[in-house]
Design a protein around this ligand. Structure first.
Ligand code: T4K
Length: 373
């Protein structure tokens, strides 16, 4: 039963660097009085990030949603874009804010990412791009998607909000497609309180993105097009620079949590989870499990409520599907018959708490509730 004195366990908790170290950086900001607009920390952070991630060019943003919206502007995307309904709403909202029609396509049951075969079937003369999501940080079928994009001359923009630090055979997942977008929100593997970034392959595109995130200013008196204010400020950038020192440690701790869950849950009937993929450096951003009620004996929602009664606050990411929200459910592609795998996964998924500070006794408590019949 719920013990009122026990500290609640949430689905995540941000990992933060030592405050004393951040104070030193704050002193520099207080000293130079540069708070934003491409300041020294912004510049250092972009350089250090590109190096850490193993990417050529990166432009940091105030948050991931603005980065997504700007990415679509940068490539002048119009018409229809094929995307996944199994994501956070921001993925589709970024299309809507750019006056682009989202076309939902179904996911694969083994990784919950866009199914390339279904993508191909959804292409029309109005399609200009594909926007897949590396959901939970698990890589999409990148080669197949690239092949489709090349065949049909489509742009490929990855929502990589969950995929910080993920690599395939030592190569960053962010190096695939035309652009990749990251989120550094408090709930992510790597946080700058709020924050985000666009990764791009060439200097010219980076320049354009940099203009766009600063009202379109190319210099003091030249505005090249209607940009937005989506810049990352110096506080976020300084904090991000510091976070880079610790992020490998954060990921290693997340891996320990994931390994413990896998070990403890592997023999429970009706519970399925994803395994690591050989050759992939995972970041353990989320720990989703799928509940098959007929085998487990309880539905996903019953387990969710039971966990809540024990002060454990999981999340059903991503239920409801984006295609079920009022703004999108009228679209022909949003019909459940078009999205059977997404509908099924959204009805079974529950994300268990995972973060560097989650200790073994807390994991044991969570597992015990799941094992309780
Ligand atoms: N694309 C994808 C695929 C995304 O997942 C996201 C964001 C985006 C794009 C957009 O990126 P941003 O514009 O956000 O940079 C959260 C986040 O707000 C959102 O960033 C994230 N995806 C989404 C998956 O999750 P909520 O509504 O679940 O967050 P919230 O506030 O309920 O937090 C969950 C738990 O985390 C809380 O119960 C407690 C804990 N928490 C949260 C915050 C904010 C803390 O301990 N400290 C905190 O500061 O949406």
């Amino acid at each position: 039963m719920k013990d009122k004195k026990e500290k609640p366990i949430f689905v995540t908790q941000p990992a933060m660097p030592p405050l004393e170290e951040f104070n030193e950086l704050l002193k520099q900001i207080w000293g130079n009085k540069i708070l934003t607009n491409n300041g020294p920390f912004h510049e250092q952070f972009e350089k250090a990030l590109a190096e850490y991630l193993g990417v050529k060019y990166i432009s940091v943003f105030a948050n991931g949603t603005l980065a997504l919206m700007t990415a679509l502007q940068a490539l002048r995307i119009t018409g229809e874009v094929i995307t996944t309904p199994f994501s956070f709403v921001a993925t589709t909202h970024s299309l809507w804010w750019n006056n682009i029609k989202p076309v939902f396509s179904d996911i694969e049951p083994d990784c919950f990412n866009l199914d390339p075969d279904k993508v191909e079937a959804a292409i029309t003369p109005q399609t200009t791009a594909i926007m897949p999501v590396h959901v939970y940080g698990n890589p999409c079928k990148i080669e197949r998607l690239q092949q489709i994009a090349d065949t049909y001359s489509l742009k490929l923009i990855y929502d990589a909000a969950h995929a910080f630090g993920v690599k395939i055979n030592e190569n960053s997942i962010l190096n695939y497609g035309d652009l990749s977008i990251l989120s550094f929100h408090a709930t992510k593997v790597f946080n700058t309180f709020e924050g985000g970034a666009i990764v791009c392959p060439d200097e010219k595109t980076k320049k354009r993105i940099d203009y766009l995130k600063n009202f379109g200013f190319a210099d003091e008196i030249t505005v090249i097009e209607p940009g937005i204010n989506a810049k990352m400020n110096e506080l976020q950038a300084a904090y991000g620079l510091l976070q880079l020192k610790y992020v490998d440690e954060y990921i290693a701790k997340r891996k320990e949590v994931a390994d413990t869950y896998r070990n403890q849950l592997k023999d429970i009937q009706g519970i399925r989870f994803l395994d690591d993929i050989p050759g992939v450096r995972h970041n353990y951003a989320y720990f989703p499990i799928l509940i098959d009620a007929s085998q487990y004996g309880k539905s996903r929602d019953e387990l969710y409520e039971e966990l809540k009664r024990h002060n454990i606050f999981c999340r059903r990411y991503f239920y409801p599907l984006i295609s079920q929200f009022p703004s999108y459910r009228g679209l022909p592609s949003a019909h459940p018959e078009n999205l059977p795998v997404s509908e099924k996964v959204a009805g079974q998924v529950i994300c268990l708490p995972i973060y560097p500070g989650l200790n073994m006794s807390e994991i044991e408590k969570i597992v015990n509730v799941i094992k309780m019949k």
